[in-house]
Design a protein. Structure first.
Lengths: 480, 362
């Protein structure tokens, strides 16, 4: 069950009503119900290997609980260090076994599946243990139900954000937990609807163009290749940012606040800044749990550059077990090293130039993130440079808002010749504006003011998104 | 800003959203482009996608005879079926369909009705195909018995579009005759030149596919058909193999598939001839039809005129395969296709002969 499904639209109101009703009588009863809902969501949403996947993550949560209790009660630093090491090794080993044995064994030992959200779960659990070890998070006791909520909270279980323990656990004892006021409800609805629109109408539409382009790499002219590259840059942003908005909105309606995970990353003037704005919780985790332990920037320039490079290689590998992801991470590490070497000379460049360089590099690197292989990535980049200036073919837009375009052609035939241009201009124009201009949705939730026009626009766009959940799969029989 | 203002806004947003969704659902329910709730009804029909409309046709047509099959069955007219067999009929075709898809369509039919006859066009291609390669084109929510997931039909921008399209077609007078639903024989030139143009003759293969190559798929697919037959002992199943053109056999011979195809057919004959409520017809062995390429538009699809002739033969029990003649039918046909002179279609003699017979000198 994904957030963009009619079943989730039925699931969430029921869960919300049940949890809030139970939470008013007893915070603990509400917490237990929330956990049951989260486990149901997990099993329902991850049908293949659901029980096994849940068992693996429950075992991981049990390890965290045991290790966490030892870290809280044990006074010997030596023992605490061993407990931390054992806990981290467990989580890292599970991640390696499920997601990377195939890569390291050349496919010979691949398990073929991994528990839903394992990468996020692993980093979050490691962060939890690390913070307990350093006593930056030091609760009086560890409650299994609270730990279960931290590990399986349904808005975040599949794709984060990666939660710092002290940003989550204290909220469970806070008066707002399961007691949202109407401002929370309104802001939550706003985020859920805005996130759904981002994901369904924007990200998936860019996805259609991108998939068409990748399916016919050899036929791409330079303008078409750039549309594919830029389309994927925007698709990825709206996809993940939309998810985070929905997750934050769902959490807010349950009386919980999630950290900001995206902060207009495509406005960045450097790659370093990009990583302070893109998937912020991952960057925080990597900086705190890997970069600093490696020595950070305290051991000279060369060591700093090596540490940056290592961090981004690991980041790339975390995103996926493949050479393309490693190359993507390596490129981001390399770009940041170059920025540091360039130093203040780069800062003296006009802002628009720095922005353009950063945006171009981010775009180029995403090509490797999306590519099925390194060769294909270079073919797309090659087409972008030397593909000729022919205008993009119609097939690039095949499947994009098919019903909407057909309806326009039927009801307003005068617009028919302009449909593709309007579609392309509208999608990319709106996408770029929405990625570059408005502020972060989660921040806007805090300063949210209800307005009629906002509600009307949200209702119409959200209904359009809901109607797009289930489409008639185009099936063109052309075998004769 | 007061809590009350947020409350008013949130509740207003929820009410507005729910109202719009209800409006959309009500529109789809009323116009019903897939005939799911009201059948074809009083509004003129537009036929746009068999997989989306078969469920409604099966559910809402109380038919005595059901004709089921792939695109090879699309050019049958319901009126003709009714004329030949009497009573009422419904056509459930699924282009490039899989057995599980036909199973879903007939499942809806049997959930709501009890037809006395099922005419099933069992293509050889369906018989041997691997179910795991099925696409996700079938809207399962229209075929299952769960009314809750019908929301996927009601809240669906594509069905809204087709709803508007149906209304506009009624306004413009461009609706379709239900008897012509999904037929496409009027859009193609049935001629040997079309057939040969649309046939990519493969290079001869040096190796032969083993005789048991398709048997796993065949047994799985036949299990579905046999389940229908045993679950509905009072229904007569007229199962026929549509007559692919002789070019199909050229293709199989050149690709080295003959052993595997004949083994699949033999297995099907053995399985289906065990039931009293089955009449089996093997039309690919009708030399008159399959060697006359003017009946075809490619190497398998035949014209509507051939459909009419096949219906007549089914009704009359001609070309029927029985336990007694099954082995001989296949053996004779194998002998025929192995020794057939396919190369003649690519010689000048064939073209001159065609020119002469088609345009005789006066």
């Amino acid at each position: 069950m994904s957030f963009q499904s009619l079943s989730f639209l039925a699931f969430f109101p029921i869960v919300l009503a049940a949890c809030l009703t139970a939470g008013r009588k007893s915070r603990r009863a509400g917490l237990v119900l929330l956990n049951l809902a989260s486990l149901t969501f997990y099993v329902w949403g991850f049908r293949a290997h659901a029980s096994a996947g849940l068992a693996v993550l429950l075992a991981g949560a049990a390890v965290s609980l045991l290790a966490g209790r030892l870290l809280l009660s044990e006074r010997s630093e030596r023992v605490r260090r061993r407990v931390l090491t054992a806990g981290v090794c467990w989580h890292a080993a599970v991640l390696l076994i499920f997601k990377y044995t195939g890569f390291f064994s050349g496919g010979a030992l691949s398990i073929g599946w991994a528990p839903l959200g394992l990468s996020f779960f692993t980093f979050q659990q490691i962060w939890f243990l690390k913070r307990l070890y350093t006593r930056e998070f030091c609760p009086d006791r560890l409650d299994p139900w609270e730990l279960c909520a931290y590990a399986f909270f349904f808005p975040t279980v599949a794709s984060g954000p990666i939660l710092k323990p002290e940003s989550f656990f204290p909220q469970l004892s806070d008066g707002r937990f399961l007691h949202p006021d109407w401002q929370d409800i309104a802001a939550g609805l706003y985020a859920i609807m805005a996130g759904t629109v981002k994901k369904v109408l924007v990200a998936d539409s860019f996805g259609t163009v991108v998939n068409n382009g990748w399916a016919r790499l050899a036929d791409l002219s330079a303008p078409a290749a750039w549309l594919v590259i830029l389309g994927y840059t925007l698709q990825l942003y709206f996809d993940f940012s939309g998810y985070c908005d929905i997750a934050a909105g769902l959490a807010r309606m349950l009386g919980l606040r999630l950290p900001v995970n995206f902060d207009s990353p495509y406005r960045s003037l450097s790659i370093g800044e990009f990583w302070k704005r893109w998937h912020i919780t991952l960057t925080d985790f990597l900086r705190e749990c890997l970069y600093f332990p490696l020595g950070g920037s305290r051991r000279g320039s060369v060591r700093t550059y090596c540490n940056i490079f290592i961090i981004f290689l690991i980041s790339g590998f975390w995103h996926g077990a493949g050479w393309t992801f490693l190359l993507w991470g390596g490129l981001h590490g390399l770009f940041q090293v170059i920025e540091r070497v360039w130093g203040k000379g780069r800062d003296r460049l006009p802002g628009i130039v720095r922005w353009a360089i950063t945006f171009a590099l981010v775009n180029a690197a995403w090509v490797f993130f999306r590519a099925p292989g390194i060769g294909e990535a270079f073919r797309l980049l090659g087409a972008a440079v030397a593909g000729g200036l022919a205008k993009p073919e119609k097939w690039l837009l095949s499947g994009l808002f098919t019903s909407e375009v057909s309806a326009v052609k039927m009801l307003l035939p005068v617009l028919a010749p302009w449909c593709n241009i309007l579609l392309l201009g509208g999608l990319y124009g709106a996408g770029l504006l929405a990625a570059l201009l408005p502020g972060n949705t989660i921040r806007r939730m805090d300063s949210f003011r209800p307005a009629f026009w906002r509600g009307a626009a949200l209702a119409v766009l959200f209904v359009w998104s809901v109607l797009s959940f289930t489409g008639i799969t185009s099936f063109i029989y052309s075998n004769f | 800003m007061s809590n009350r203002a947020y409350r008013r806004w949130a509740l207003g947003l929820l009410a507005g959203t729910a109202g719009l969704l209800l409006l959309c659902a009500a529109f789809v329910w009323a116009v019903d482009p897939c005939f799911y709730y009201h059948g074809i009804g009083k509004l003129g029909a537009v036929f746009f996608n068999e997989r989306y409309q078969d469920a409604g046709l099966a559910k809402n047509t109380d038919a005595d005879t059901v004709i089921v099959g792939t695109s090879l069955t699309a050019n049958y007219r319901v009126s003709h079926v009714e004329r030949v067999f009497g009573g009422t009929a419904v056509k459930l075709t699924i282009p490039d369909g899989y057995l599980s898809e036909f199973d879903a369509a007939l499942g809806v039919e049997w959930r709501y009705h009890d037809p006395s006859r099922v005419i099933f066009g069992l293509d050889t291609n369906i018989l041997i195909r691997d179910e795991s390669e099925k696409t996700g084109a079938m809207p399962d929510y229209l075929y299952n018995a769960n009314p809750l997931d019908d929301t996927k039909y009601l809240l669906n921008k594509d069905t809204i579009y087709y709803g508007v399209y149906r209304l506009m077609a009624n306004r413009w007078g461009t609706t379709q005759d239900p008897d012509e639903a999904y037929t496409w024989d009027g859009t193609v030139w049935w001629n040997h030149t079309t057939a040969l143009d649309n046939y990519d003759r493969p290079a001869p293969s040096a190796s032969q596919l083993p005789a048991d190559a398709y048997l796993g798929n065949v047994r799985s697919n036949l299990a579905v058909v046999e389940r229908w037959i045993t679950a509905h002992p009072d229904t007569e199943f007229d199962i026929f193999f549509p007559p692919y053109s002789i070019l199909y056999w050229d293709k199989q011979a050149r690709e080295g598939n003959l052993d595997a195809v004949f083994s699949a057919l033999d297995t099907a004959f053995d399985a289906l001839l065990r039931y009293d409520n089955v009449r089996l017809f093997y039309f690919p062995a009708d030399e008159g039809i399959v060697t006359n390429l003017d009946n075809y538009c490619d190497y398998i699809h035949h014209s509507g005129a051939v459909c009419d002739e096949l219906l007549r033969m089914i009704s009359a029990g001609e070309e029927r395969v029985t336990a007694e003649n099954a082995k001989k039918t296949l053996a004779d046909w194998r002998d025929f296709v192995v020794n057939y002179d396919y190369d003649k279609y690519w010689t000048d003699t064939f073209w001159w002969a065609w020119d002469y017979t088609s345009h005789p000198v006066r």
